[in-house]
Design a protein around this ligand. Structure first.
Ligand SMILES: *Cc1c(COP(=O)(O)O)cnc(C)c1O
Length: 225
C-alpha cells in the first residue's frame, strides 16, 4: 500500500461512516498527522488530495512547511509552550492545542503584532488523565468567557485526545461528551463549529459522533519510527 492508497482508503472509510450517521462528507476534514514523517511522504499525501496537515513539533514543522508550502493548511497538534507562540503564529493556520489562558493570551498578542488572526481549538482533557494536557470539562464555559475578548485569536471549536482503548466502542462516550460540551457552549451564546477528534484506530466512531476533523497518522503513513 502506498501513501496514496492509504489516503483513498481512509477517505472511503470517512465517507462511509458519514453516510451511516446521516452526515455530509464535506463537513469532515482529514488532517494528516506528520510527526516523524519525511517530506517525500508528505508530498505524496498532498498529491493524493490531503489539504490539511498537523504537526506536533515546531522544529520539524519549519522544514516541512518550507518544503511543502502554504497551498495546504498547517495545524499545530502538539503541546505548545508559551514561549513558542510567536513561531507558531508565523508557521500555522490553526493551533489545535490551546490549553491555558496564558497560552491563549500569548497567541492573541503575537498574532496581533503579526497583523493576523490565528485560529484555535480548545484542547479538552476529556478523560482527565494526568498524562494529557487540556482543560477539564467543567472549565470550558469560564475559559471561553475569559478569552472572548481576544480579537486576534479565533476559537473555532474543541479538540480532544481521549483515553486509549483497543476497542473504539469504548471511546465513543468520550466523543459524545465532547460534542455535548460544544452544544452546551453554543446554547450559552458561543459559536463553536469544529470538533477535532478521532485517530487512526477510532476515527470512524468519531465521525459517527460528529467529528469535523479527524487526525490520522499511522493509517496514512504507516507505523512511526
Ligand atoms: C500522533 C497523533 C495523532 C495521530 O495518531 P495515529 O494513531 O497515528 O493516527 C493524532 N493526534 C495527535 C494529537 C497526535 O499526536
Amino acid at each position: 500500500m502506498t501513501v496514496a492508497d492509504n489516503v483513498r482508503d481512509v477517505a472511503g472509510r470517512i465517507s462511509r461512516a458519514a453516510v451511516r450517521a446521516g452526515r455530509r462528507v464535506e463537513d469532515i476534514k482529514l488532517v494528516a498527522i506528520t510527526k516523524t514523517v519525511d517530506i517525500d511522504m508528505i508530498r505524496e499525501a498532498a498529491a493524493a488530495g490531503v489539504r490539511v496537515f498537523g504537526e506536533n513539533y515546531l522544529q520539524e514543522a519549519r522544514g516541512k512547511i518550507q518544503a511543502i508550502g502554504h497551498g495546504v493548511e498547517w495545524h499545530m497538534t502538539g503541546r505548545l509552550q508559551r514561549n513558542k507562540a510567536r513561531d507558531a503564529v508565523n508557521l500555522f493556520d490553526m493551533v489545535q492545542t490551546v490549553d491555558s489562558l496564558a497560552l491563549a493570551q500569548e497567541l492573541d498578542k503575537r498574532a496581533g503584532s503579526a497583523g493576523k488572526v490565528i485560529s484555535g481549538l480548545i484542547e479538552v482533557n476529556i478523560g482527565e488523565e494526568d498524562s494529557k494536557s487540556g482543560i477539564k470539562s467543567g472549565e470550558l464555559l469560564p475559559f471561553l468567557n475569559s478569552i472572548k475578548d481576544l480579537n486576534n485569536l479565533s476559537i473555532r471549536g474543541l479538540m480532544t485526545l481521549p483515553p486509549y482503548s483497543v476497542n473504539p466502542e469504548e471511546v465513543r462516550p468520550y466523543f459524545k461528551a465532547l460534542r455535548g460540551m460544544r452544544d452546551t457552549a453554543n446554547s450559552n451564546g458561543f459559536s463553536l463549529s469544529e470538533l477535532s477528534m478521532g485517530m487512526s484506530h477510532d476515527f470512524e466512531v468519531a465521525v459517527e459522533e460528529g467529528a469535523t476533523m479527524v487526525r490520522i497518522g499511522t493509517a496514512i503513513f504507516g507505523e512511526r519510527r
